[in-house]
Design a protein around this ligand. Sequence first.
Ligand code: DAH
Length: 335
Amino acid sequence: MEEELKKIVEEMQKELTGCEKEADVLNIKSKYVGKKSRISEILSNLKDMSIEEKRKYGSLINNTKKELENIINEFLNQKLNQNNTSFDDTLDYEISMGSLHPVTIVAKEVTDCMKKMGFTVVSGPEMETEYYNFEALNIPKDHPARDMQDTYYLDNGMLLRTQTSGNQIHAMEKYGAPLKVCSPGRVFRNEDLDANHENTFFQVEGMVIDKEISIENLLYVMQQILSEVMQSEINLRLRPGFFPFTEPSYEIDMECSICKGKGCPTCKNSGWIEIVPGGMVHPNVLKAGGIDPEKYTGFAFGIGLTRLAMMKYKISDIRVLNSGDIRYLEQFNIK
Ligand code: DAH
């Protein structure tokens, strides 16, 4: 018995020599003093020994176990007190390069394209006042449009913005006319979650104010942006829509890039995908921004960035984008 215990200590010491990584030391610890170690086995056999044997070996076995533990702990302490750089417990982990999130990629593509067309990128607060999120956008308190954009109202009287459209007002107040801005950002809604609805998603707002601006200008800008993101020439169509902050308002549909307009499950066999709402800025909105609607006209639009990323990367469930599940996001390992 004495011999065997001595041998265990010697063997462990031999294995520890030259050991550099904390993970390796911990493996040795579990091998020699863990539940399945030889010493634990010997200890559990003690109960079957005779009284004399118990007396003879009991404390010897216990002391050996303590000795093994002390050796390991001392070894670890010594290593930690040495030059930190020689004992790096992260060495055992594989460190791989991260990649950009699909929404970040698409946001960058959209804003890069808009910058090339002379747009200035501006940002605005995620915690917003009712005035900027609704009232100044021609959505008074009792307006039914508020129903479609229920959000989180905060104790301080503010709310989490439901749209990036409030940045139209911030930009007009700050820069006046003429104006050419885009504003990407996170928005929030009180939604029942499913494959197409999230409580947190991303939009990019676009606004141009100048003399003699028409809807033709909006269509040109949209075509440029969508063709750049989808990496192919994109056809658009206009349908009438309704938004309190534009008059007239439109829904801009993009020809389905998957079936090239022939009809497929993604576009529900219509050949078109609803992609951007927009229109000519309502005179009340220009006024709220301090701009004279008699002198200036403008267009505005709001692209659903999350939606665009889903289309570009053929993601069928919106929830994976905020899930933080690296296995899923890794698929878009685009640098
Ligand atoms: N803010 C709108 C939404 O979230 C989208 C939108 C519609 C933005 C029309 C615009 C616009 O700038 O002109 O549903």
